[in-house]
Design a binder for this molecule. Structure first.
Ligand code: ZN
Length: 241
C-alpha cells in the first residue's frame, strides 16, 4: 500500500460512442478525461468500462482499487446484480466510492443509500453556482467560495437521499432550483461522495474546479487501513474481566 490512492474511473461509456455531440466533448470517453485529470492531480488512476470483462468490475480490478469513481446513465440496469453486491462489499470493507452526476440512479448508489435517489432535472440553459458550505472540508481544498458552471443540466430538490453526514456543496440554478450537490456518507468502513455536475452533452469535466473536486474527493475517500474487525461470539477481550 502506497500513500497514493489507486483510483479506478468506471464509465458505462455509451453516450460517447453513440452520440457524436458527446464524442466531440469526450473523444476517448468521460473516463479517460477524468483519469487524465486525476493523474495530473498526482493520483494513480486507471479506467474500466461496462463492456470490459466482468463489466470492468472483476475481483482483480476491485482488489487493486482504493477509490472507485462511477459515471453511468442509460445503462444502469445492465450492471449485473452480483457485481453490485461485490462493489457494495468492497465499500463496506473500506473502498472509497465517488458517484458522479447521473450515477445518482445507479444500482450501487441506490443500494448504498437505501432510498430512491430520485430528483428533478431539466436540460436547458441553466447556469449553476455550487456554493461551498463546508469550507474547511478536504473536498473543498483549493477552491474559492463557489464554483461557476456557465451551462449545466439542472438537478433540483427534493433529492431523495439520506441526510448527508457532511454537505460540502449546495447548487443554485438560474431556473430557481437548489440542490445538495456534494454529499458525504460512510457505509461500513467506506467513504462515499456524491458530486452532482457532469451532464454528458456539456464540457463540465474539463472545468478545472470540477476536476479539482473529484481529485480531492478521491483523496478524501481513500481507505484508512486498520485491523479488520472481528464479529461473532468471542471470549472476553481482557482476561481479568
Ligand atoms: Zn445528465
Amino acid at each position: 500500500m502506497t500513500n497514493t490512492p489507486r483510483v479506478t474511473v468506471w464509465n458505462e461509456f455509451r453516450h460517447e460512442r453513440q452520440q457524436p455531440a458527446v464524442r466531440a466533448i469526450y473523444p476517448d470517453g468521460i473516463h479517460t478525461t477524468l483519469a487524465a485529470s486525476l493523474r495530473a492531480h498526482g493520483l494513480d488512476a486507471r479506467t474500466a468500462t461496462l463492456d470490459d470483462p466482468e463489466q470492468g468490475l472483476g475481483e482483480a480490478v476491485l482488489g487493486a482499487t482504493d477509490v472507485l469513481v462511477w459515471w453511468g446513465h442509460v445503462a444502469h440496469h445492465e450492471v449485473a446484480d452480483e457485481l453490485v453486491d461485490r462493489v457494495q462489499g468492497r465499500v463496506l470493507a473500506g473502498m472509497g466510492l465517488v458517484v458522479l452526476h447521473s450515477g445518482h440512479a445507479s444500482k450501487i448508489f441506490r443500494r448504498l443509500m437505501g432510498t430512491t435517489c430520485d430528483l428533478k432535472w431539466r436540460v436547458g440553459d441553466d447556469r449553476e453556482l455550487l456554493w461551498v458550505v463546508a469550507p474547511g472540508h478536504p473536498i473543498a481544498a483549493g477552491l474559492g467560495e463557489r464554483i461557476v458552471i456557465d451551462r449545466e443540466e439542472m438537478y433540483g430538490e427534493h433529492f431523495d437521499v439520506p441526510a448527508p453526514e457532511t454537505l460540502v456543496f449546495v447548487s443554485w440554478f438560474s431556473g430557481g432550483e437548489v440542490f445538495r450537490s456534494g454529499a458525504c456518507y460512510t457505509r461500513g468502513a467506506g467513504r462515499i461522495f456524491y458530486f452532482r455536475p457532469g451532464h454528458e452533452t456539456l464540457p463540465t469535466y474539463h472545468h478545472p474546479d470540477v476536476q479539482r473536486v473529484i481529485a480531492n474527493a478521491a483523496r478524501w475517500a481513500a481507505p484508512t487501513y486498520a485491523a479488520r474487525p472481528m464479529y461473532g461470539n468471542v471470549p472476553p477481550a481482557a482476561p481479568e474481566s
